[in-house]
Every structure is written in C-alpha cells, then in structure tokens.
Design a binder for this molecule. Structure first.
Ligand SMILES: Cc1cc2nc3c(=O)[nH]c(=O)nc-3n(C[C@H](O)[C@H](O)[C@H](O)COP(=O)(O)OP(=O)(O)OC[C@H]3O[C@@H](n4cnc5c(N)ncnc54)[C@H](O)[C@@H]3O)c2cc1C
Length: 443
C-alpha cells in the first residue's frame, strides 16, 4: 500500500493542482514546485496531529499553506510530500470584553477585520493581501503600512495552539498582554515560516476602532528632504502610516489607478495618514519648514481613497516586470542613504530599481526590473544590496520572510545566527519534515 493510500485513511486526500503549487512570489525567483504532492485540508488540531504523526513516522515532507499570498516561496511544495492547507480551519470568536479574537489558522485577514468591526473593535495591522490567513501572517510575522504606530503581527499574538512535528499539540501564551514565564516559545513560533510547527489556533489582540483619518500628500525636491521630514514627524507623533514613493513609483501608481497624484514635481513623495487632525496639521507645518514643495491635505473619504489608491496600485503596475520584491529594513534615518547608494549600485549593474515603502519603520520595497541576461549578475547584485542594508544597521527582510528565496544571504550575512536556527530546527523537527529547505538549509 502506498503512503498516500495510508494517509487517506486518516484524512481526505486531494490530488495536486496549481492552486497549491504556487504562491505570490514573482515567478523568476520562485522555487520550483514538485510534480508529485498531495493536498490535505484538516479541520482541527486533532486531525493535524494525526497527519503529522503519520508524516513524521514515514519521514514525509509537509508544506503548510495559508492564503498562498506569501512573497518568499514559503508555501510552495518543493519536494514530493503533503501540502497541509488550513482553509477549513476558519472558526472565529470575538471576546469583546477582553479585546481578543480566537481564530482558527485559516481565518483570513478580511474575516478577522470584519469580525472585529462588528464588535466595535479593530485589528490594526494591514499586511496588504486580504486573503492572507492568520496562520500565514503569524508564520511570516507580517507587517504592513501601519507597523510604525501599531507594530507587526508579533505584537498581536497572545497565545497559540500549535502541532509539533511528532504530532504533539502544544498551547503557549494566554489571553493576557503580559507574559514573563520563561523562554517565549510563542515568539519563537511567530515568524518561523512553517518550519517549527503547524499553527492551528491563535488568540489575537484587538484594539478600539480607529478614529477619523486625515491624509497628507507631500512632494519633496529630494529624498533626503523627504526623509528629514519623516524623522522629524516621527519624533513628535506616530502617524498611522508614513509611506514614501520615489517619483517613478508615483507615475506607475497613477497610470494603473487612473487617478492623478497631487504633483509631478519632486524626487520623493510622502503619504501620511493620521487619526487626529491636529497631528496632521502639526506634521504639515514640519513638512513646510523642511522644504516641502507643497502640502495637500485630504479630509474627505473620496479624496483620501484617491491618494491611497495611487500608492496601493504601484505593485500591480510592476508585478509583470519585476525580478522580485525586496524588502530590506533599515533604520528610518538611513533610508535616504540606503536609497541613494542602492541606486548607485544598481547603475553599476545596469539594473533599474523602482522603490517605495514604509518610511516610518524603514521597510524599503525595491523592485528590480527584468533585464537581458539577469540570471548572470542579479544574485550578486542582490547580495551586495542586502549587505548594504545590514551595514547600515538593517535586516534583510522586514516582513516578507526568508522562505526559499533568501537562505544564502541569511547564511552568509549571519552565520552564527543561522547555525543557532539550524539547532533550533533540529530540536523541534529532528526528521526535517516541516517545510524542509525553507529558512534554514536542509540538515
Ligand atoms: C499584493 C500583496 C501585498 C502584500 N503586502 C504585504 C504587506 O504589506 N506586509 C506583509 O507583511 N506582507 C505582505 N504581503 C505578503 C503576504 O500577504 C504575507 O506574507 C502573509 O502573511 C502571508 O499569509 P498567507 O496566509 O498567504 O501565507 P502563505 O503564503 O500561505 O504562507 C506563508 C508562510 O507561512 C507558512 N504558514 C502558513 N500557514 C501556516 C500555519 N498555519 N502554520 C505554520 N506555518 C504556516 C507557510 O508554510 C509559508 O512559509 C503581500 C502580498 C501580496 C500578494
């Protein structure tokens, strides 16, 4: 009897299909999916436990999959094995008195947002793709435009139910904000990208609903001027979002959205979102004192949506032309230097880079465009670029994760940490069945 026949006695088994073969990683750098894999869709942790126990005994690789919106190839089944989809794990309960939601791993960002809203609460992080799941967002420690004020996924996970490689079910954390009870296994699992355990359930912290928004759009003559403004504003207040776009990114956003941005002048543009009009007013004054070409305030929802759409559609316009999306994170005061030196480096390699990102938290999204013969020189360029980010006090990924695409850089730039990560992986998953070949190299 084949292992697939044996597995189908535990859970319904589905054949491979494209829906489980790819994620949103740009195809040129995405890992190649195995031809032969099967898909299982457990409904609860007991079923997950039985599947993992079986897979562990037989040493069969298991690839966790949430919404498949990841940008680092993390959910791609790179070997013959089992894709474990959390799509049926969608139970969701809001405990409004304790401001938490108890979510199955497969609950989507949209479902969580809507449920929080119905209870007069909100889930502040907004990592872009609404079909991303709670399990996937935790596994990648997702961020997004609101991280400056509201933090990343890590700041929202109070407890986790997870299944270990050998099938043991563990519960870590509680419904409390504080927890100082030994090593934090919870925070080890956050950001572990499916390599240490399968997350099956999470208690997620909710916040009071956000107040009215004011949006500012501010063009600056140079990136340095714009970033001086970012530093000064963030010293005095925390906007809900503080985004930057270089001029070319704005032009692409305009083209795809069909909306007009506020100005065609200036090398760099800021988009700030505030929950208080007074703060917006103060930020506008700071911008004016630091050389802004102009300051445009959008107070009506229609005007705000128009501006946010330009920023929101840039990636759509680039999607088919990029080699990949890089997301190094540098100290915010170093963004201008990183941007300028990145462009110089790109010029040396004859590469066109389009850049925008989360200025408030230093997360820079760089989009190298495809060029003739890119395979020959691109990866050397990428290594130099990420080394530059690290030399400025940054990290190689702010929110997209290592997945299958940035292992070499992690290993080369942080050899001691990489070795420790391998040891941790060995402890959690001695047979290397959980998402093998992701984050750390095969042991
Ligand atoms: C248009 C667009 C915009 C985006 N914007 C942002 C953004 O602003 N900020 C940001 O951070 N990201 C962003 N992303 C990336 C992506 O949405 C996030 O990485 C998201 O957290 C992935 O969630 P997912 O459910 O789709 O996970 P998947 O892609 O399915 O999986 C991602 C990783 O998590 C693992 N995993 C999934 N579920 C589990 C589980 N239950 N237990 C253990 N491991 C699991 C997988 O094995 C994989 O390694 C964007 C993506 C797109 C396409």
């Amino acid at each position: 009897m084949s292992w697939i026949d044996e597995l189908s006695k535990i859970v319904e088994v589905f054949p491979p299909s494209d829906a489980y073969r790819f994620d949103e990683t740009p195809p040129l750098v995405a890992p190649r999916a195995a031809e032969n894999f099967v898909v299982v869709k457990p409904s609860n942790s007991e079923e997950v436990s039985a599947i993992l126990k079986f897979a562990n005994e037989k040493s069969i690789p298991v690839f966790m999959r949430g919404g498949g919106t990841g940008l680092s190839g993390g959910a791609v089944p790179t070997e013959e094995g089992i894709v474990l989809s959390t799509e049926k794990m969608t139970e969701l309960e809001v405990d409004a008195d304790n401001r938490v939601a108890i979510c199955g791993a497969g609950v989507t960002l949209k479902q969580l947002d809507d449920a929080a809203f119905r209870h007069g609460l909100s889930f502040p992080p907004h990592p872009g793709a609404e079909t991303a799941t709670v399990g996937g967002m935790i596994a990648t420690n997702a961020g997004g435009v609101r991280a400056l004020k509201y933090g990343t996924m890590r700041n929202y996970v109070l407890s986790l139910e997870a299944v270990l490689a050998d099938g043991r079910i563990i519960n870590v954390g509680g419904k409390t904000i504080k927890n100082s009870s030994g090593y934090s296994l919870l925070h080890l699992l956050v950001g572990s990208e499916g390599t240490l355990a399968v997350i099956t359930k999470a208690t997620i912290r909710l916040f009071p609903q956000m107040r009215d928004m004011t949006v500012l759009a501010i063009p600056f003559p140079t990136m340095e001027d714009a970033m001086n403004c970012v530093v000064e504003v963030a010293r005095k207040m925390l906007p809900m979002a503080l985004e930057f776009m270089e001029k070319r990114a704005v032009e692409i956003g305009e083209k795809v959205s069909g909306e007009r941005w506020v100005s065609r002048e200036g090398e760099a543009h800021l988009l700030m979102v505030f929950e208080s009009f007074d703060e917006a007013e103060e930020a506008a004054k700071i911008a004016q004192s630091l050389g802004a070409i102009d300051v445009y305030a959008a107070t009506t929802k229609k005007d705000q949506d128009r501006l946010l759409k330009v920023r929101g559609m840039i990636y759509e316009g680039l999607r088919k032309e990029v080699i990949e999306v890089l997301d190094a994170c540098v100290p915010p005061a170093k963004i201008a230097e990183y941007w300028r030196r990145s462009n110089e480096l790109a010029e040396e390699y004859g590469i066109e880079l389009i850049t925008y990102g989360h200025a408030g938290d230093g997360n820079v999204h760089q989009h190298p465009l495809v060029y003739e013969g890119w395979e020959k020189s691109y990866f050397e360029f990428r290594k130099s670029l990420l080394s530059l980010a690290v030399s400025l006090g940054g990290v190689i990924s702010g929110e997209h994760g290592i997945g299958a695409v940035k292992l070499s850089e992690l290993e080369e730039l942080f050899p001691e940490q990489f070795e420790l990560m391998r040891q941790i992986k060995l402890l959690f998953d001695p047979k290397n069945i959980l998402n093998p070949g992701k984050v750390v190299r095969k042991l």
